[in-house]
Design a protein around this ligand. Structure first.
Ligand code: ZN
Length: 367
């Protein structure tokens, strides 16, 4: 396959602006915020091994360089140079950046795009906008209108919105658009509780429908994430009633990550015309097993419904590693099919272009 096949990364975050010691590096490598020492090091897992295999040469080291040597070299080069090398080597044609998660100051969108030599577009996190509106002293009755206005303003230059309901209430959301009285009551509950984070089934649902009303593609966090999330509640099958209700709108609905529910997600992509799927975050965590993951996703998911994302956050390595492993996975699946006589070389070439970027461009830039 063409190694230069540029990818649209339709879900990622930005990079941290500091040098990292081993502990800080490992803390950003996976979703485990405090990797313990009891079980050894994350370098002894498929993602750590993939860093040594694929990332070491980008820092001028031998393939499989030991972790300590890798981290020494990283510090020697400094985070700016490390960022430039990995983002540059990722081979991206566009980045769609979720700006709603910023536990520390991250590189701005324009600077991130400059490192990747590709345009960086914004995805607005619905719950963050709701939290900002509620923090600004709005009344419960005034919340709905204020949220709509704020969301319209925040998304003026954005290409989509995202919901993290999976993290907060889980995905068991009712299908209907909530009534104005329900929204007012939910906003009142939030304001009385003085909570910082939206975690109310009615508010998530309201925000999702508002995104749809603006005509914007809606991304959903599905499957694995940091341990805040109850993974059982992030099963995409829970979302079926809402996905079904949203079908008539024609708005693209993007199921992110999905692992270990990628087969369920593949089914949803097959049966619902507006549902799209990816294996972001999971692909680089699985390292050399990414091909098996993509093969399982596409047992049912049509190639016209599969997008690429890294879900990279913090470490520049992750943009490059995810892209490298995804290209290899795609090649493994598509070339494997050609060799087995399941489809032609021409089909494989077409699927490659669809998954690498055409599907994402159709979803975000022409719908
Ligand atoms: Zn993410």
């Amino acid at each position: 396959m063409e190694p230069e096949l540029p990818l649209v990364d339709h879900h990622c975050h930005s990079v941290v602006r500091r040098d990292l010691d081993r502990h800080a590096f490992e803390a950003l490598l996976t979703e485990a915020p405090e990797p313990g020492t009891l079980g050894g090091s994350l370098f002894d897992s498929r993602i750590g091994l993939a860093v040594r295999r694929w990332c070491a040469p980008v820092l001028d080291l031998e393939t499989h360089a030991p972790a300590d040597e890798y981290l020494r070299r990283r510090t020697e080069l400094g985070h700016t140079e490390v960022g430039r090398r990995f983002l540059g080597a990722a081979g991206l044609s566009a980045l769609l950046v979720d700006t709603g998660f910023e536990p520390e100051p991250l590189l701005g969108l324009a600077d991130l795009g400059a490192l990747a030599d590709a345009p960086a577009h914004e995805i607005v996190r619905l719950e963050q906008v709701a939290e900002q509106v509620l923090a600004d002293g709005v009344s419960a009755a005034g919340f709905a209108a204020s949220f709509r206005d704020r969301l319209a303003a925040r998304t003026e230059n954005a290409v989509g919105v995202k919901s993290v309901a999976a993290y907060r209430t889980g995905l068991d959301l009712a299908p209907e658009r909530p009534s104005p009285a329900e929204v007012t009551a939910a906003a009142g509950r939030f304001l009385r509780a003085g909570q910082g984070r939206v975690a109310d089934e009615v508010l998530h649902r309201f925000a999702i429908w508002c995104g749809v009303d603006l005509g914007l593609p809606v991304q959903f966090h599905i499957g694995l994430g940091d341990p805040d999330l109850n993974l059982r509640d992030a099963d995409p099958l829970l979302l079926m009633p809402l996905l079904r209700a949203l079908q008539p709108t024609g708005i693209p609905l993007l199921l992110l990550h999905n692992y270990p529910f990628h087969r369920e997600a593949g089914y949803l992509a097959q049966v619902f015309g507006t549902v799209f799927v990816d294996i972001g975050l999971a692909a680089h965590n699985l390292g050399d097993r990414a091909g098996a993951l993509l093969a399982e996703l596409t047992e049912l998911a049509p190639f016209g419904k599969v997008l690429y994302s890294s879900d990279a956050f913090g470490l520049p390595e992750l943009y490059f590693l995810a892209a490298t492993l995804f290209r290899r996975a795609l090649d493994e699946v598509l070339t494997g099919g050609v060799e087995a006589g399941s489809w032609t070389e021409a089909d494989a070439g077409r699927f490659r272009r669809m998954v690498a970027g055409d599907n994402a461009r159709r979803v975000y830039f022409t719908s």
